[in-house]
Design a protein around this ligand. Structure first.
Ligand SMILES: Cc1cc2nc3c(=O)[nH]c(=O)nc-3n(C[C@H](O)[C@H](O)[C@H](O)COP(=O)(O)OP(=O)(O)OC[C@H]3O[C@@H](n4cnc5c(N)ncnc54)[C@H](O)[C@@H]3O)c2cc1C
Length: 451
């Protein structure tokens, strides 16, 4: 590829902080809030105009699981739990200790209020551009926004970009896609429709045995047989409804394959294709779904939904075997409990790697999955932590990303207090701190939260 040298220029340092958090999704928001609450001078940068990541800009108005699989025993606490309770109190959603369904705009507002209460400093419309690394330690980041190119110096950096942009730029090792061919799970552009009679949809949405039909496969196959629908998908991945907006439904249905989320040209093409698929579905819903005869498009998401991108290689790589064996870790920082949810990487529907566990399933996520190899003073949280392709099918869901984020933010602040690197941080101290801030990391925590 042709290349040019960048002009040598002085870059202004716009801030010097204890903790810089890149990316304001569930992981980054909780990381930044935790670091700020722990007394660290913290800056959060986010490329969009809100916090919440896929939960807001990504249009996904449903978070799960806060509980063990298929029951209501809550295993997630801390900031993740707090943000649900707050949003419900404000009148923008419902939460039953397992799932949280909400209005996108309401969650944006709730997160901004929580940030303001903690005095968290943020910069929207700001891209992480490059890592500043000296002697194997990250010392800050170059950022790009309307003001221009600037630098932020930081004692610790948390990479919560979902794509491990910071870790990759700093030279930390990572993996991408499934082992056999590097393919990633498909992307989805979420969209919201209005004009829905939800009661009628629910009454009609049953299978031949009268049970709730989540995926409605026969409906889409019939539409495809009649030539009314393109075959990009054949199962509903989510109709997300919130009682405070009774005629609106968030739709997880578009499926876009072969997207390399490290590339802007791929993200652009995928977004255009996702929007095309979303509009294509409106007449299909009107014709085939009872209760959706008068539905119309409200919005497509501003942020493309990425299920899989870079996964760092950390001190521990959590595997699907560890998850299914419910392995205990001495440095547990939170629980996961979602099924192994792997979408077909090359076609519609789910992949054969998908696995639905028994009710009550939960497993531990170790701190060392957040600590990348080779680069000091860097932590990674959320979708891009150190897990295998199949394990990611479960760890990637938002309550878990949020809990990991809180642990990463707390670990960054504690590392500064203890004058150590996150790699050598005494994890017992981190665990004590997480317990003291309402996080659930052991059996006692589960008992207390569910008493
Ligand atoms: C279609 C779809 C359906 C899903 N369904 C569910 C579900 O039902 N329940 C559930 O709980 N989870 C679900 N998930 C999973 C979940 O949404 C994601 O895995 C989760 O949001 C990851 O959290 P995160 O904070 O790591 O990343 P994200 O939510 O992706 O947030 C990353 C943030 O970083 C910002 N960013 C990225 N790069 C940069 C940069 N270079 N500079 C500045 N900012 C940057 C982004 O704008 C974004 O705000 C779904 C995901 C998708 C895509």
């Amino acid at each position: 590829m042709k290349s040019v040298a960048e002009l040598k220029r002085k870059i202004p340092v716009c801030d010097e902080v204890d903790v810089l958090v890149c990316g304001g999704g569930p992981a980054g928001f909780c990381a930044a809030l935790a670091a700020a609450r722990a007394g660290a001078k913290t800056l959060l940068i986010e490329q969009m105009n809100c916090m919440g990541g896929i939960a807001t800009a990504g249009g996904h108005n449903h978070l799960c699981l806060f509980s063990e699989w298929a029951n209501k025993v809550r295993v997630i606490g801390g900031i993740a739990h707090e943000m649900c309770v707050k949003t419900v109190k404000m009148g923008y959603g419902v939460y039953d200790n397992a799932s949280f369904d909400f209005e996108l705009e309401g969650l944006k507002l709730a997160l901004e209020q929580m940030a303001a209460e903690a005095g968290l400093n943020m910069l929207y419309h700001t891209l992480f551009a490059d890592a500043m690394v000296k002697d194997g330690r990250i010392i800050g980041a170059y950022i790009q926004n309307k003001t221009g190119r600037q630098a932020v110096l930081a004692k610790m950096v948390v990479d919560a970009t979902g794509d491990a942009d910071v870790a990759a730029s700093a030279g930390a090792p990572y993996e991408f896609g499934r082992p056999q061919d590097g393919a990633c799970q498909p992307c989805t552009l979420m969209f919201t429709i209005g004009g829905v009679d939800w009661d009628r949809v629910c009454k009609w949405r049953v299978d031949k045995d009268g049970k709730h039909d989540y995926q409605m496969e026969h409906v889409w196959l019939e539409a495809q047989k009649n030539g009314d629908m393109e075959p990009f998908q054949r199962t509903i991945m989510g109709f997300w409804w919130t009682p405070t907006r009774p005629d609106q439904v968030g739709i997880n249905f578009t499926h876009i394959f072969g997207v390399d989320c490290r590339r802007a040209d791929h993200l652009t093409k995928a977004t255009i294709e996702g929007r095309r698929q979303a509009f294509h579905m409106i007449p299909v819903f009107r014709k085939y779904v009872r209760g959706m005869e008068n539905c119309y498009m409200i919005s497509t998401a501003s942020l493309l939904g990425t299920r899989e991108s870079r996964r760092i290689v950390g001190e521990v790589v959590l595997t699907d075997k560890d998850i299914l064996a419910r392995k205990d870790w001495p440095d547990n920082i939170c629980y996961g409990s979602f099924f192994i949810d792997v979408h077909n990487c090359t076609g519609p529907g789910m992949d054969g790697e998908t696995y639905r566990p028994e009710p009550g399933f939960r497993y531990q996520i170790p701190y060392r999955c957040l600590v990348p190899r080779q680069v000091e003073n860097l932590l990674v949280a959320g979708r891009c932590i150190s897990v295998t392709h199949r394990a990611l099918g479960s760890t990637r869901v938002m309550p878990q990303c949020a809990a990991m984020g809180e642990a990463a933010g707390a670990a960054a602040a504690l590392s500064i207090k203890n004058s150590c690197s996150p790699r050598t941080l005494d994890t017992a101290k981190l665990q004590d701190y997480l317990r003291s801030t309402g996080n659930i990391i052991d059996e006692d925590g589960i008992k207390k939260a569910n008493a």
